[in-house]
Each structure stands twice: as C-alpha cells, then as structure tokens.
Design a protein around this ligand. Structure first.
Ligand code: NAP
Ligand code: ZN
Ligand code: ZN
Length: 350
C-alpha cells in the first residue's frame, strides 16, 4: 500500500478538496506510476457533480494521465521503471467477451472498470483517478507515450484524443471527405487537429465567435457560427460526417440537415440531460444516420498515440496547479478553456 495525495469531491455540491488515500500493493502485472500531468475532461465535472446520477463519493476524478513508471510487479513484461506512460478512461475489463476479444474493451459486455468511480474486479474497491500523485494499473491498460511528445500536452490525448480519433477512423475521415466538428472545447480541438492530419476537409462549428481565428490556426479549413442560420444553410446537404462534441443539451436538427444522403452525425458529447428528439423526417428523407461513440479500445488508443507521435500532435493546454481545479471547472462551464486544462501534479508533492 502506498499513501497518495489527491483531490476529491465528497458530494455533488461541494468543491473538490485535498484527500489522502492508499493505492493498492502491486499485483503480479501491476505498474505503479508517478503521475506527472492529468488533463481536465468535462466528464470529470459531470461526474464530480453527479450529473450522470451514478457517482459514488468520495470521487477522485482524472482519466487523462501521463506519468513515469516508478515500480513494476514481477509479471510485468512491457514496462520498466522510468518509462513515459499514459492511462486513459479504462483500467480493466472482462478480457474474454466478444468485444474485449476484438480490442473494443470500451464496449465490454460484462462491464469495464473505469479509471475512477469504477469497482475493481478483484477487491470491489472503488477506483480513484489521476487527480493524484500516483496510480497503480495492470500493464494491459497502460499506454506508451511517444517520448518526442510534450508530456503535459500529451495528457489530453488519453481521453479527448481517443474519443475523437476513434469515430473519425470508424466513419472514414480522410482525403476527399468533408468532416464537421461541432464545439471547440477539449474534444473538439483534438477532433479538428486529428481530422486535418487524416487529410479531411475540416469545418468547425462553434457558438463562440471569439474562437474563429483559433479554429483556423488549429487546422480548420472553414469555421461556421452555428447560431447563424445563413452560415448553416450554406453547408446544407454537404457533409460526409459530423462529430458532435457539445457538452450541453441542444437542438440536433440544424446539424442533421447538413448531412449528405447516407451520412452520419456521431454524438460523443454526454450532457446530463438528453437532447430533444430530432425530427424523424430529417433522417428518413436522406437515409441520414445518428450514432454515438464511446472513447476507444486500448489497441486503438496506442495507435492514436503513435499517430500523434508521427504527426507531432498534442493538445493546446493551460497548465494549472491542483489547487486551481474548482476555478478551472467554472471556466470550463463558460466555454472559457483554450483548449484543455492540465493539472501539474508536482503541485501536490511540495
Ligand atoms: P468542453 O471542453 O467543455 O467543450 C465542450 C464545448 O461544447 C464547449 O467548448 C462549447 O464549444 C460547446 N458548448 C458548451 N455548451 C454549449 C451549449 N449550451 N450549446 C452549444 N455548444 C456548447 O468539454 P469536453 O471535455 O470537450 O467534453 C465534451 C463532452 O464530451 C462532455 O459532455 C463530456 O462528458 C463528453 N465526453 C464523452 C466521451 C465519450 O466517450 N463519448 C469522452 C469524453 C468526453 P463552442 O464554444 O465552440 O461552442
Ligand atoms: Zn474524458
Ligand atoms: Zn469484456
């Protein structure tokens, strides 16, 4: 067991505050990681405030983790002390069902184990995430972070990166395809960078006029203010794929109308309240599709990290000390993030 310093929410109303707890002793295939950086995902906020009605308190959020291996269990073969590694949203799954066998652990039919607010498959204890100085994870769920990437900028790849990479690949983003990314937050800005690197024509949709120039700098070929019907109309029936990252309930119809025949809009944003049902005729007449997608499997997460290593892609970040997390949440709610907060865990080691 090892004493770990973290930040936890104790209930849905109060701010996150210091919390000391024990990490488990190393099992056969465990890797103990000193956390260097942890990204701040909007899911952390949804979960800390029980917006998905499934939070078990205290909760230590954080699933965009980059750190260095400090120690390994006797059966570990892939990692050694000093390696730069990452941990994303998952720390275990059943490893035997059809989805796990296909490398799609995020769709595990017997229940995956989330990095926080999950129940460990052996002990039943609740998992605690990366807003903490160290974490212990089975090597099968540890990722290798390319050494050439800045470790702080790489942290958001572990959730924002894979959550956008996986659907962009699944729905064939690439040369000759017109791809729209809806929302320029943590996920959205990674979606823009990744879709551009895959060779697609990228259009960014935002509600924030102040983000137009940034979106272009990040790689968007075109930017549309989604509240402006004339700008939206100019793109009617033209998209091969739309990736919707918006963290709040909104009307999906104006986006569905932008899809070509047979094209898909995939939702990855996971607001606390469902979107109103879209108009059925908008789907029927052009055989349009509405889909969803959850993070990505472990093998695909490694593929994404290697892709980012080759293309030099990291997140645009604002590094904060752990003590500023509550302020960061308030700013995230105001869409005032450029474009991901990343916690420097040294702030808890002093
Ligand atoms: P974020 O950084 O807060 O970005 C969300 C963006 O949505 C904002 O920057 C804003 O972009 C737009 N937005 C916010 N409120 C809006 C509103 N009322 N109407 C229209 N647009 C609005 O959040 P994130 O970390 O990227 O996460 C986005 C969502 O994805 C969250 O719900 C999160 O829980 C979810 N998520 C899902 C998965 C998955 O596996 N499916 C994984 C990770 C996260 P503009 O200012 O450009 O309009
Ligand atoms: Zn996340
Ligand atoms: Zn499984």
């Amino acid at each position: 067991m090892s004493t770990t310093h973290g930040y936890a929410a104790r209930d849905s109303q109060s701010s996150l505050a210091p919390f000391e707890f024990q990490r488990r002793s190393l099992r056969e295939c465990d890797v103990q990681i000193d956390v260097l950086y942890c990204g701040v995902c909007h899911s952390d906020l949804h979960q800390a405030r029980n917006e998905w009605n499934n939070t078990i308190y205290p909760v230590v959020p954080g699933h965009e983790i980059v750190g260095r291996v400090a120690q390994v269990g006797p059966g570990v073969t892939r990692y050694k002390s000093g390696d730069l590694v990452g941990v994303g949203c998952l720390v275990d799954s059943c490893r035997t069902c059809a989805s796990c066998a296909e490398g799609l652990e995020q769709y595990c039919e017997n229940g995956f184990v989330l990095t926080y607010n999950g129940a460990d498959r052996q002990s039943g204890e609740m998992t605690f995430g990366g807003y903490s100085t160290r974490i212990v994870v089975d090597e099968a769920f540890v990722l290798r972070v390319p050494d050439k990437l800045d470790p702080a900028g790489a942290a958001p790849l572990l959730c924002a990166g894979i959550t956008t990479y996986s659907p962009l690949r699944q729905w064939g983003a690439g040369p000759g395809k017109k791809v729209g990314i809806v929302g320029l937050g943590g996920l959205g800005h990674m979606g823009v960078k990744l879709a551009r690197a895959m060779g697609a024509h990228v259009v960014l949709f935002t509600t924030s006029p102040s983000k137009v120039e940034d979106a272009k700098r990040l790689g968007a070929h075109e930017v549309v203010i989604s509240k402006d019907p004339a700008q939206m109309q100019a793109h009617a029936n033209s998209f091969d794929f739309l990736l919707n990252t918006v963290a709040a309930q909104h009307d999906l119809n104006p986006f569905i109308e932008l899809l070509k025949r047979d094209a898909t809009m995939t939702l990855v944003g996971a607001p606390g309240h469902d979107h109103p049902s879209p108009q059925v005729f908008n789907l029927i007449f052009k055989r349009r599709r509405l889909a969803g997608s959850l993070i990505g499997g472990i093998a695909e997460t490694q593929e994404m990290l290697d892709f980012c290593g080759e293309h030099g892609i990291t997140s645009d970040i604002e590094v904060i000390p752990m003590q500023k997390i509550n302020e960061a949440y308030e700013r995230m709610l105001k869409s005032d993030v450029k474009y991901r907060f990343v916690i420097d865990l040294d702030s808890l080691r002093q």
